[in-house]
Design a protein around this ligand. Structure first.
Ligand SMILES: Cc1cc2nc3c(=O)[nH]c(=O)nc-3n(C[C@H](O)[C@H](O)[C@H](O)COP(=O)(O)OP(=O)(O)OC[C@H]3O[C@@H](n4cnc5c(N)ncnc54)[C@H](O)[C@@H]3O)c2cc1C
Length: 244
């Protein structure tokens, strides 16, 4: 997207978080008013929008821009609902079916479902949408998806390789029941157990296992004093201050 690399702050590394913190501190120091836009309605986007609004209060308008029909699409229903309610109660402006056309110095241009372009003030734009894997896999000549993730078997072996494994965010993994594993730390840790077992099996002539993901649950922080957690496995949900 035009101008995003120069003017939007990404949100994946510690240095991104530090850059965002400095930008927030600048706005707080001058006492606002300001306009903040979070791009992407996934877990990071919703958590960030709630936290920004909590931090700024009336000093800044916070908007969340999302291409899809609803935020937190892959989330457990309970958490998706809690996230939407929390954004509404904090006063985060959630713009669904909206894309970003360009980001400029102090501005952002949005395109809604009516196709109209709207330029708005934007003092801080944080970009959480469109995660892409490292291009190292392509450079190594491995079979990858359009997002650059490495295709693996349910045993987490790299496609076409007998003794090479890939796990975590880099792996495009369908588990033993053909469920696609998400890019989360919880998935990566569970895959590590399966890969360790399979490497041991390769060395000792043992029986390899297919990876099967059992989601323990998911948690979202929705500002400094609220959260939402849901565990279908344990039949437990909580939200608000209790969950925090
Ligand atoms: C803002 C944010 C919030 C998140 N929140 C959650 C959450 O609440 N819960 C959750 O489950 N998941 C969360 N995730 C996702 C989670 O962080 C990842 O799914 C998880 O870290 C994936 O683990 P990984 O080992 O595959 O990759 P990483 O954790 O990215 O580790 C890869 C490591 O490899 C190193 N590396 C890269 N290239 C090379 C190389 N050529 N040689 C050697 N080393 C190299 C990198 O420096 C890095 O240390 C979040 C992610 C982000 C960005």
């Amino acid at each position: 997207v035009e101008g995003a690399a120069e003017h939007a702050i990404p949100f994946s590394r510690v240095k991104d978080a530090e850059r965002l913190r400095d930008r927030i501190d600048e706005i707080l120091a001058r006492g606002g008013p300001a306009s903040a836009v979070v791009v992407g309605g996934g877990y990071s986007g919703v958590e960030l929008a709630c936290n920004l609004k909590d931090r700024f209060g009336d000093m800044a308008d916070v908007s969340l821009v999302h291409r899809g029909d609803r935020c937190l699409e892959p989330a457990v229903d309970y958490n998706r609902d809690s996230g939407a309610r929390r954004m509404a109660s904090l006063g985060v402006r959630a713009l669904m079916r909206t894309g970003v056309e360009s980001v400029g110095q102090g501005t952002i241009t949005l395109k809604g479902e009516d196709g109209e372009l709207r330029e708005e003030a934007c003092d801080v734009c944080v970009w959480t949408a469109g995660v892409r894997a490292s291009d190292q896999a392509e450079a190594l000549g491995l079979e990858t998806t359009d997002e650059g993730r490495v295709r693996v078997s349910p045993q987490l072996r790299v496609s076409g390789q007998q003794r090479v494994y890939c796990l975590g965010d880099m792996a495009d993994c369908k588990d033993a029941l053909s469920d696609r594993a998400g890019a989360t730390a919880q998935v990566a840790l569970a895959q590590a157990d399966a890969v360790a077992w399979n490497i041991h099996a390769d060395i000792t002539g043992g029986v390899p296992v297919n990876f099967r993901y059992h989601a323990l649950g998911e948690m979202l922080t929705l500002g400094s004093a609220a959260a939402s957690l849901a565990s279908p496995l344990f039949g437990f949900n909580a939200k608000g201050q209790l969950a925090h």
